[in-house]
Write a protein that binds this ligand. Structure first.
Ligand SMILES: NC(=O)c1ccc[n+]([C@@H]2O[C@H](COP(=O)([O-])OP(=O)(O)OC[C@H]3O[C@@H](n4cnc5c(N)ncnc54)[C@H](OP(=O)(O)O)[C@@H]3O)[C@@H](O)[C@H]2O)c1
Length: 269
């Protein structure tokens, strides 16, 4: 049985993974208070016994990353190098979570794992650096690229829509795959449990939608009556216009993957 250390245990994905692993008694939950990835931590990590490390911690604010690129690169890039090296040294498996923002969104169809990356934003560049280090520094690595998560613990897009009282303007020129943090947690643990081949996996709910249509569906399912109008995205930060990810590879390991509407319904219930 794996001894599983989960970094970023207070985040959406971290919580979902910890909830699943907790009952087995094999969980080591590590929050920012235990390990701040902005600082050197390798020697302290070496004191902890685990054979699987799942890194759910990240500098996730795409807007702030434009101003604080150095910090984003440290947390999403150079800290990942230390984590991967530490796993390699002890023969542990390293799971790292990445983002659809490593792509430029210009392909015109869903991205497969082998497609060339070309991040547009500083956040995307920092996540690409993390991927590079995870691959380079640890033989036993899994990289899960995900997108637009909704889960417990963070003020995510779904929560923002549910809380809003005013009429909203939401971008309709960006298409992505909304993904349940609960589902993602299950896929990650299943891939590790089944000792599937190491490498990159695209891990999102099936289907893709614009933020505008996503917001409309949230309101429809929650019987919330506010007016939502479509707007164009902010030109100050370049984001991929269509970052939908192909999940065939993940399906070959975990079977059927629910579409985002089904997972959203489950989340709202
Ligand atoms: N959320 C999305 O829409 C999305 C989309 C694509 C990819 N991803 C990726 O999916 C993964 C999980 O995302 P999530 O939505 O679960 O993120 P989240 O809810 O924002 O949680 C991130 C966690 O990282 C921790 N953290 C931030 N800076 C840290 C630092 N310097 N040292 C240690 N811990 C730090 C945070 O700690 P505190 O709780 O103390 O702040 C938080 O618990 C991340 O790799 C993210 O990049 C997410």
């Amino acid at each position: 049985m794996h001894k599983i250390a989960v970094l970023g245990s207070n985040g959406q994905l971290g919580r979902a993974i910890c909830k699943r692993v907790k009952e087995s008694g094999n969980l080591i939950a590590l929050s920012r208070a235990d390990f701040d990835l902005r600082q050197e931590f390798t020697s302290r990590l070496e004191e902890i016994q685990f054979d699987l490390l799942i890194n759910c911690a990240a500098f996730n604010n795409t807007v702030a990353a434009e101003e604080s690129f150095e910090e984003a690169n440290r947390v999403n890039g150079y800290a990942v190098k230390e984590l991967a090296q530490s796993c390699q040294k002890r023969g542990a498996t390293f799971v790292h979570v990445s983002s659809d923002y490593v792509f430029d969104g210009r392909k015109g169809s869903s991205y497969v794992e082998e497609d060339l990356i070309n991040p547009l934003s500083k956040y995307g560049k920092s996540k690409a650096l993390g991927e590079q280090f995870a691959k380079q520094e640890c033989e036993r690595h899994y990289i899960f690229r995900t997108a637009s998560l909704f889960g417990e613990g963070t003020n995510n897009f779904v929560q923002k829509i549910l809380r809003s009282r005013d009429n909203l303007e939401i971008v309709d020129d960006i298409v992505m795959s909304p993904t349940s943090a609960e589902s993602l947690a299950g896929w990650i643990l299943e891939v590790c449990d089944k000792s599937a081949p190491y490498g990159i996996y695209h891990a999102v709910n099936d289907g893709a939608v614009s933020w505008y249509h996503f917001a409309q569906e949230i309101c429809r399912l929650a019987n919330k009556e506010i007016s939502i109008s479509a707007k164009k995205s902010d030109r100050n930060i370049e984001r991929p216009k269509n970052s939908s990810l192909d999940v065939k590879k993940l399906k070959s390991v975990v079977g059927e993957i629910p579409d985002w509407k089904k997972s959203l319904r489950g989340y709202l219930e």
